[in-house]
Write a protein that binds this ligand. Sequence first.
Ligand code: XMP
Length: 521
Amino acid sequence: MEVKRTQTKIDTILVLDFGGQYCHLIGGRIREQEIYSEIVPHDISPKDIELLKEKFNVKGVILSGGSGSTYEQDISKLDPKILESGVPVLSLCCAHQILTQPNDGKVKRVNCKEYGITCVTVNAQVGVLKGLKNKEKVWMNKSDGICDLPNSFEPLAHTDDGLIAAFMHKNKPVYGLQWHPEVIHTENGTQVLQNFMFNVCKCQANWRMEVLIEKMVQEIKTEVGEGRAIIGLSGGIDSSVSTVLAARALNEKLTAVYVDHGFMREGETLAIRETFSKFKINFIVVEAQERFMKKLEGVTDPECKRKTIGEEFIRVFEEEAMKSGAQYLIQGTIYPDIIESGFSKNSKNIKSHHNVGGLPEKIGFKKILEPLRELYKDEVRKVAKMLDLPKERVNRQPFPGPGLAVRIIGLLTEEKVRIVKRSDKIVREEIEKTDLAEKLWQYFTIVTDTKATGAKDDTRIYGYVVAIRAVESREAMTASVAKISYDTLEKISTRITSEIPEVTHVVYDITHKPPATIEWE
Ligand code: XMP
């Protein structure tokens, strides 16, 4: 692929990371508009910003929301010189309270935490709010709000309980929003970000994805040098993209290792063999079903399950690395894996993704490389298309590394594995008959640890309760329940109960994320 290199400095928005869940999502949304973004620590000094300006044309600064309230955390020490430099600033969520606090703005503690979609009233359609409606649906996750602004600021929008939801500085290009424009559920979030980048900061869209691909390939080349690497290839889009990037960088110095831990979907191993046999990549399959099942004997706690699987993956990779002489392990980790595992500064552990929080402390590799660590799934999909990965890989629904093991609640037994595989196949077949499949992020089943009474062939049986989960999402940080028709749900339920003798009840999970997560464990 030809890479266009710009001779002039590219227009850049700096995102100051205050530790919130959505920080890197802001970066993704900016890149989506073909503008480069660089994520930097929240306590960056004005001097370091000046250094960055030598490399990039810094046109604006966004302060990401933090993960704690301004009362609880001492992360809110923003150097005031950054606000005085004349560079436009957009502060989000509780970060905007940081702007007003030193100026005597009053932050009110609200008792009920406002999570989810909220309606705000926009009083002035100016600046970043240009073109918005009087009533806007926005995504807010707040436990504090502003009830009073200092004289130098002007309110632009408010919540139903009278708190200030957006404001601007009277004399400087400084804006604050209590909501998250970067989250898909904010109806006109893209408009707000575009207003900031193009109208307020006057950015030119001059950044291209090819630049990022080249950067990732170069990084792998530099890190591995004369060494060798193996990559954990699960067949999912993240590891598939990382494999193609790594193969570009390392050629025959790379071995792709696919571990069949026994919790893959029906037909998966065969499909992956087929896809990758067409690529010029050293590709090996490790049949490890028995050893994983043995390690998981007696394990019921979800975090323990994840960690046990994460550790066993590493042990298999270490063994394969010994055989091929590899010193480096490459993984397809993407940003949400890191943030949910609580590995970003100030982020909280939600669940240990197998390739991040599930890793053992001692690892027999010189280094683990994660070329996609700053990207979200939608960006990985774009890269996948540019790398000419086959359509079935690009559109494949995300699948967790620990596989169906995190869709079986409680003890893992051969029977439950069989049930989850068969019910998952039924859901896939029925959804794929409709036009829903393309719109959904994921659709699958969970075998719960609950049993319920049923009657089959006039005989009472005490069978499993299987749950169906289907969600829409853009990047898995938030998700909404898919509105599947009752006809389709009925077909799925009838097939599951008639084709799987051990199941007596089928239920549909109607919970959004948050408060739920997508996977049950
Ligand atoms: P949750 O359940 O946290 O999932 O809402 C968000 C997205 O991540 C996937 N997921 C994982 N992916 N290793 C992965 O590679 C993991 O351990 C893991 N856990 C969850 C999940 O399927 C969803 O798309």
